[in-house]
Design a protein around this ligand. Structure first.
Ligand code: GLA
Length: 402
């Protein structure tokens, strides 16, 4: 009896805690981002130096290269566009961005969408003005510029109260997490209040299992990790670290293992192919982060492979997951619309390796066609086994269609 009472008490306490967690009740959020957002963001290449001209050049390059028509439509300014607030609290862009409205108009006139960056604390990660206490004012300002996408980055938010590793308050983790969720809700409500459909990118590095509450605060995507960099080690740490998160993603709400480094120059073509293939299997947002105005043909081919993009943007909206790993050889699969299946055979070793998988293990029973997505070539499953020598740090990405 005593045990039962204790259990009942525990359930009551837990559910009281959960029910106090703030929710956005956004009617707009679930209608946005039916497939993972695609576009470009200034941070990975331009970092703090980005200017309005760089963003216009990126937009022009999206059009000229064919990337816009391949689906990369969001042009997102990251941190360091922010200037000062005037006496009325209205935020102005800084001298690097002389005319945000003109920039928004330019993007829209060219079939592109406009993304911007802020955060729930007093300052952004690069110590520029963020939105704390000015949420509605800032949301209205973005709407007046024609903004379609907001990346909202936690950084300075109540930092002193939190353990930077877990975002947990030393005395009351639940209270700290509630504050964080409240802050994300506040901006979603402000965005919705503008009447403009604005995609909401929650950026707090995966703290507090954000994938379990991202949709409740009206997030359309949420970072599941810390920052990526242009190395195979970091990219694969983030990408392969997504195992187990598939069930939290779906149309309108996506796990985001961070933006692409493709074309930034420090990985090999094979490694960038792994980056694109893995992100596509993960139904990750494809936000290019390179200098689009200086792209090699190799980079264009990596970013614009139609088959890879089709996997990422598959209308079923189911994220893929790890099927099996043997040491550093991994097999990932993603169910696609119409009963098709995407399969990635990844070799994380520094020498070529043979990787094999049977059709039975993949659950393929009916007649099917197997295509190497990167080359378009047909692949045979001899005796019901797909087997290939996969280059070091490389991948064989397959689409199996019934
Ligand atoms: C954080 C984010 C990055 C980028 C920078 C900008 O580190 O995770 O993606 O936005 O801030 O300062």
């Amino acid at each position: 009896m005593r045990k039962l009472m204790m259990a009942a008490l525990l359930i009551a306490v837990c559910s009281a805690g959960v029910s106090q967690m703030p929710v956005a009740n956004s009617k707009i959020a679930p209608t946005l981002a039916p497939t993972p957002p695609m576009g470009w963001n200034s941070w990975n290449h331009f970092d703090k130096n980005v200017t309005q001209q760089d963003v216009m050049d990126a937009a022009d390059a999206l059009i000229k290269s064919g990337m816009r028509d391949a689906g990369y439509v969001y042009v997102n300014i990251d941190d360091t566009w922010e200037g000062d607030r005037d006496a009325s609290g209205m935020l102005h862009s800084n001298a690097k961005f002389p005319d945000m409205k003109a920039l928004g108009d330019y993007l829209h006139a060219h079939g592109l969408k406009f993304g911007i960056y802020s955060g729930p604390g007093p300052l952004t990660c690069a110590h520029y003005a963020a939105s704390e206490g000015h949420e509605q004012q800032d949301a209205d300002l973005y709407a007046s510029w024609g903004v379609d996408y907001l990346k909202y980055d936690l950084c300075s938010f109540k930092k002193t109260d939190m353990d930077p590793a877990t975002a947990a308050h030393p005395d009351d983790p639940q209270a700290a997490n509630r504050l964080m969720r409240e802050a994300y809700v506040k901006m979603r409500v402000a965005l919705d209040h503008t009447g403009r459909p604005i995609v909401y990118s929650v950026c707090q590095y995966g703290w507090d299992n954000v994938w379990t509450w991202g949709p409740a605060v009206g997030g359309n995507l949420w970072r599941t990790t810390g920052d990526i960099n242009d190395t195979y080690a970091r990219m694969t740490e983030l990408g392969f670290g997504q195992a187990g998160l598939a069930k939290f993603a779906g149309p309108g709400h996506w796990n985001d293992p961070d933006m692409l480094e493709v074309g930034n120059g420090k990985m090999s073509t094979e490694e960038y192919r792994t980056h694109m293939s893995l992100w596509a299997l993960l139904a990750a947002p494809l936000i290019a982060g390179n200098d689009l105005s200086k792209m090699s043909d190799d980079t264009k081919a990596l970013l614009m492979n139609k088959g890879v993009i089709a996997i990422d943007q598959d209308p079923l909206g189911k994220q893929g997951d790890r099927l099996r790993a043997e040491g550093l050889l991994e097999i990932w699969t993603r169910p696609l619309a119409g009963g098709a299946l995407a399969v990635g055979l990844f070799n994380r070793v520094t020498a070529p390796a043979t990787i094999s998988v049977t059709l039975k293990e993949l659950g393929i029973k009916s007649p099917h066609e197997i295509v190497n997505v990167w080359t378009g070539e047909k692949v045979e499953a001899k005796g019901g086994v797909i087997s290939a020598i996969v280059p070091n740090h490389g991948v064989l990405l397959l689409r199996i269609t019934p």
